[in-house]
Design a protein around this ligand. Structure first.
Ligand code: PLP
Length: 375
């Protein structure tokens, strides 16, 4: 199936081409270079962190944060169940065990009440819990005010998976500024892209230094190749960092565009019984990476699956929310603290085209199909 309108394709143009060409012509092709240094400084500044380390993906950033913190076999890491698999894969790369936490029904983000319950039980059982990984779902920051109260009380660190949260805020602070470290993704479908890439951001100088070293094969600072620990080949390239710098300049314009789609969806669906937009009750600080529709089929008279079929028939790409990790064949044997919310959101949801590069004509087509379907 080739779609006429995609969910969230890359949005790049002349500025990106100019930045990449300039990096090529400068001769800084690989591995590092001045665009990478600048990109790190610019991202650190934008998200209010002291240090940023450019990496080959958000997944690599999650992985190296856990390695740098010494998380490993025998450790339990509570994590949002409603997330992309990458979050949990990283926990498994280091041999630790995930413990899945269910969602708040309104936003889909992890429930701090259930997190509190899980931490109380795990610590009472004598388990080692080095950190928690909350995920900022679809560009809405987790309620870090509530989550940090819980994690501080239990003495557990936070690794914030802010892969989807570039440009969002919570309590006046930028996404990725929360936790002892946070992770950004610049994958092709994210709000800004380096085609593939990610970043670890933190205020902890030692963690930043260690992650940077680990990402370039953990070479010791001597002339010959000397290694005292296992390294990785996870560094972001200078050429891709140049692309990221152009995207960062355009970020606010791209955010405006996604916000405009959100408002139009809201207008259309307001007062439609059995329909709501995920997290829209308090979305002023979201980046609107993806807008998701939640359908209660008994009230709406239509299912999310039927809407998906209608869109597909019109060449429009839509998709259910992440299938919760506690339901995934690869992860369902791990423990979880659940109340049924993420199961329900998975069954009843549909993410809608939200890309900043979508034209007005393409968006009109989406709105026409949706209006027809919900009439
Ligand atoms: C995209 C994403 C990742 C992984 O980022 P990559 O850059 O694709 O490796 C991790 N967590 C979440 C929540 C994501 O959406």
């Amino acid at each position: 199936m080739t779609f006429r309108v995609l969910l969230s394709p890359p949005d790049t143009g002349e500025l990106e081409r100019d930045f990449v060409m300039r990096a090529m012509e400068s001769g800084w092709i690989a591995p590092a270079g001045p665009d990478l240094d600048e990109f790190e400084a610019e991202i650190a500044d934008r998200v209010g962190r002291r240090y940023a380390v450019g990496l080959s993906s958000g997944t690599a950033a999650l992985h190296l944060a856990l390695v740098a913190w010494g998380v490993g076999p025998g450790d339990v890491v509570p994590v949002s169940s409603l997330t992309f698999a990458a979050t949990v894969n990283a926990i498994r790369y280091v041999g630790a065990e995930p413990h899945f936490i269910d969602s708040e029904l309104e936003s889909g983000n992890l429930s701090h009440t259930l997190l509190d319950e899980a931490l109380t039980d795990l610590i009472a059982a004598g388990r080692s819990v080095p950190c928690v990984i909350p995920v900022d779902l679809l560009g809405k920051c987790v309620d870090y005010t509530a989550v940090t109260e819980v994690t501080t009380r239990h003495g557990v660190r936070v690794l914030a998976d802010a892969a989807e949260a570039m440009g969002a805020t919570h309590a006046g602070m930028p996404g990725a500024s929360f936790g002892q470290a946070a992770v950004l993704s610049f994958n092709g479908n994210k709000i800004m892209t380096t085609s593939g890439g990610g970043m670890l951001v933190t205020d902890d100088e030692e963690v930043a230094r260690h992650v940077r070293k680990l990402s370039t094969q953990a070479r010791e600072p001597v002339t010959h190749y000397e290694h005292t620990e296992v390294g990785y080949n996870y560094r972001l390239s200078n050429i891709l960092a140049a692309l990221g710098r152009a995207q960062l300049i355009r970020l606010d314009d791209m955010l405006k565009r996604r916000r405009a789609w959100r408002e139009s969806y809201r207008e259309l669906l307001d007062n439609k019984p059995g329909m709501r937009l995920l997290g829209a009750a308090s979305d002023a600080n979201d980046n609107c990476w993806l807008t998701a529709l939640v359908v209660d089929p008994e009230i709406a008279g239509v299912t999310a699956g039927e809407l998906h079929e209608r869109f597909t028939a019109s060449g429009i790409e839509t998709r259910p929310l992440w299938k919760p990790m506690h339901l995934q064949p690869v992860y369902r044997m791990f423990p979880a603290t659940l109340d049924g919310s993420s199961d329900r959101l998975f069954r009843q949801s549909l993410t809608l085209p939200s890309g900043s590069g979508m034209s007005d004509a393409e968006f009109s087509l989406v709105i026409d199909v949706l209006a027809e379907a919900v009439r």
